[in-house]
Design a protein around this ligand. Structure first.
Ligand code: NAD
Length: 434
């Protein structure tokens, strides 16, 4: 099929490359010329495992093309995926201007009947607005069916998730559109859920809110464990065996981050407020996460006292491993708090340094390997459990730091292992070792 994807970000790019890999003719359009220039030259603007190979192969065989020109992208296509950003506005509501602009461009440039699928995460009711924009502005003879098709891929395993997701949700009451999309996704052998548009939009928010709730729940239990002498990893293992609970998303740490959970939980809270429902539970989830992200610096101050002039190695800048995305990352907050306390920060991350530099500039130093980050540091904070960090032998802390104090925000090491080394080690929801 001829497919257009609007947006060459984490979702749009992965969707484009994977649909091309399935044999479709895909045009990916973005408003950022620098991104499109890079992609046309077989260079990725983001770090995402497995994407490089798909890009190279499908650029070469002509299945995947990139453009900034809306007439090329929209005038001769059968399915359009909208995957533009829906970032958080100040106050927590959702910025829909990119959605609005994309819808207007689509309406203006389509020249044949199309199905328009919204992959972007949008508040309930937004697809009705998209439909209004398109119906009002398109040529009256053309049919444009707007469908909600929320995206569930996870950064860091997005290519895998495209091919092996748990479900595909299609929100439409148009049987023809539903059947065309079912056929498009058929080779993936993933369960397809057909529902109405508003329920599809809500499924996305409810899924993210539920996962965020699981994380905040285990983090709250971890804070109690630490105080009563229980071990959160043992507790999570024990409760995860209950099939109704499961093991996923029960890892205690310094909270969730990223471009989705923080903004989507706030958006759902706003949506609930708009219909005069006070979502107490979700509000608590967000508050717990805010506290959790503040834990590393609180623990550092409790252990060391003043951080003025202290050399701190911050290990991990990305909001989770295997991505260069720093949006909503606890690390950025930790850096800002450390700097406020007068600490000197040197940060290491295998992929996210260029993105962090755009935000943090030269307020901190950057290390391109773990050892250099630790060199002469007085405190190390583990913020992201990249393999390069969590699998590092504990000896490196002793070899490169002065009297090592390690705050492990991701519980990377077993306490048994820690006891074999001479470290001060504080982790989340477990006994502190001095
Ligand atoms: P992103 O910021 O990485 O990419 C968005 C892209 O859209 C940018 O490159 C931007 O230039 C482009 N864009 C803006 N307006 C455009 C227009 N009119 N035409 C073409 N391109 C345009 O965002 P993302 O992380 O890929 O997320 C996209 C959407 O998917 C969001 O709604 C997000 O909530 C949702 N989502 C994201 C993830 C994730 O893990 N990143 C997962 C599921 C859902």
């Amino acid at each position: 099929m001829k497919i257009t994807v609007a947006g060459a970000g984490y979702v749009g790019l992965v969707t484009s490359a994977c649909l091309a890999e399935l044999g479709h003719q895909v045009t990916c359009i973005d408003i950022q010329k620098e991104k499109i220039d890079l992609l046309q030259n077989n260079r990725l603007p983001i770090y995402e495992p497995g994407l490089r190979q798909l890009l190279a192969k499908n650029l070469q065989n002509g299945k995947l093309v990139f453009t900034v020109a809306p007439h090329l992208a929209y005038s001769n296509t059968e399915i359009i995926f909208i995957a533009v950003g829906t970032p958080e506005k100040s106050g927590g509501s959702v910025e829909l201007k990119y959605i609005d602009e994309a819808a207007q461009q689509i309406a203006h440039y389509i020249e044949n009947d199309v199905i328009i699928c919204t992959k972007s995460t949008v508040p309930v009711g937004t697809n009705d607005l998209i439909k209004q924009i398109i119906d009002n502005q398109k040529a009256p003879t053309l049919r444009a069916e707007v469908v909600s098709n929320p995206e569930f891929l996870r950064e860091g395993s997005a290519v895998h998730d495209f091919f092996h997701g748990d479900r595909i949700v299609i929100g439409t009451d148009n049987l023809e559109a539903a059947s065309i999309l079912k056929k498009l996704y058929q080779p993936l052998d993933i369960p397809v859920i057909i529902t109405d548009i508003r329920s599809a939009e809500m499924i996305k928010y409810a899924s993210n809110a539920f996962l965020a709730t699981k994380i905040s729940f285990i983090n709250e239990i971890s804070n109690i464990c630490q105080k009563v002498g229980a071990d959160i990893d043992e507790v999570a293992f024990g409760i995860g065996h209950d099939k109704r609970i499961g093991h996923d998303f029960l890892k205690a740490g310094i909270g969730y981050g990223g471009s989705c959970f923080p903004k989507d939980t706030k958006a759902l809270l706003g949506l609930a407020n708009d219909v005069e429902h006070h979502f107490d539970l979700l509000e608590a989830v967000i508050n717990v996460n805010n506290f959790q992200q503040s834990l590393p610096v609180l623990l550092a101050k409790e252990t060391i006292g003043s951080l003025q002039g202290k050399k701190v190695a911050l290990l991990g800048l990305a909001f989770k491993p295997n991505t260069d995305d720093i949006r909503g990352s606890a690390s950025i907050r930790i850096v800002n708090e450390l700097l406020k306390e007068g600490a000197i920060v040197r940060a290491y991350d295998p992929a996210a340094i260029p993105n962090a530099q755009c935000i943090l500039g030269d307020r901190i130093e950057y290390a391109y390997n773990l050892r250099f980050a630790l060199h002469e540091a007085e405190l190390a904070i583990i913020a992201t459990d990249w393999a390069q960090i969590k699998d590092a032998p504990l000896g490196v802390y002793q070899s490169f730091m002065k009297d090592p104090i390690v705050i492990d925000g991701r519980n990377c090491y077993s306490l048994k292992e820690i006891q074999k080394h001479s470290l001060t080690y504080l982790s989340i929801g477990r006994r502190y070792i001095f």
